[in-house]
Design a protein around this ligand. Structure first.
Ligand SMILES: [Zn+2]
Ligand SMILES: [Zn+2]
Length: 256
């Protein structure tokens, strides 16, 4: 059993902290643990957040608060851990905040180290971050047409799939997290995503994060979306989006 998406974000980049995740995975019966961190943790990816920072000064402050390490520190940690004999398979990657206007930048940066896996994620809509609670509600959800938010989110997701930069796409329908829904049927969108993922041979996540971090009633993917992806034989990866060791594999028993 795999947990394809867990974050060191709230801890130090140390072997001891990685081992807390490995111990938690062992307890949950996970035999393949995928560890990643957001690109916004690393100074070298700062340019990726130009649009987000210029959109609202509070977002700029948020990005600055997240920037904590050099990517070199992460590479060194990965190399140290890979020298050890571990009780389960552990892979290391990045969760990349995808932005279509930064494809060339990403191509260069992501080639600098042989990551085991690379996850593409959409975290903002034209520069507005959609999941920062009250701030996102103020600058995005109450300002912009919901149908447009969904269309732009999924359009960007398809561009991430087609970019061939990634082995995996993060939380594909997490835009639903606040239970604010569009006025149009998403079935055609789900089919389009399945076709593109199939074509690009990219795996999609069945990510339980929104169910316990945002209390969304669906655990993982929307059931119709999951069914369509399965019918198209898209590879699905169970992911907890754990930001703490105790959340590794959380709610996996509830992914139907
Ligand atoms: Zn994410
Ligand atoms: Zn994540």
């Amino acid at each position: 059993m795999i947990d394809g998406h867990t974050h060191l974000e709230n801890g130090l980049l140390t072997k001891e902290y990685v081992h807390q995740f490995i111990d938690a995975a062992l307890k949950k019966g996970i035999n393949h643990l995928c560890i990643l961190d957001h690109t916004h943790r690393f100074y070298e990816f700062k340019d990726l957040y130009d649009q987000v920072c210029s959109f609202d000064v509070r977002q700029k402050k948020w990005v600055e608060s997240k920037q904590k390490n050099s990517i070199q520190e992460y590479y060194s940690l990965i190399q140290e851990i890979k020298k050890e004999k571990l009780p389960i398979k552990v892979s290391f990657g990045l969760e990349v905040c995808f932005s279509p206007s930064h494809i060339d930048f990403l191509k260069e940066k992501l080639n600098e180290f042989p990551y085991d896996f690379l996850v593409g994620a959409i975290h903002s809509i034209n520069g507005a971050i959609y999941d920062l609670h009250e701030l996102s509600k103020e600058i995005l959800w109450t300002k912009k047409d919901v149908d447009e938010i969904y269309k732009q989110y999924f359009d960007c997701l398809i561009q991430a799939i087609d970019s061939k930069l990634f082995t995996q796409i993060a939380h594909p329908d997490v835009i639903k997290m606040y239970e604010i829904y569009p006025h149009y049927d998403l079935k055609d969108t789900y089919i389009k995503i399945a076709q593109h993922a199939c074509q690009a041979q990219v795996a999609l996540e069945d990510n339980t994060g929104a169910s316990y971090r945002y209390h969304h009633p669906e655990v993982g993917l929307n059931p119709l979306f999951r069914q369509i992806l399965q019918e198209h034989h898209v590879k699905l990866i169970s992911c907890s989006d754990a930001h703490y060791p105790e959340d590794v594999a959380r709610n996996f028993e509830r992914i139907i």
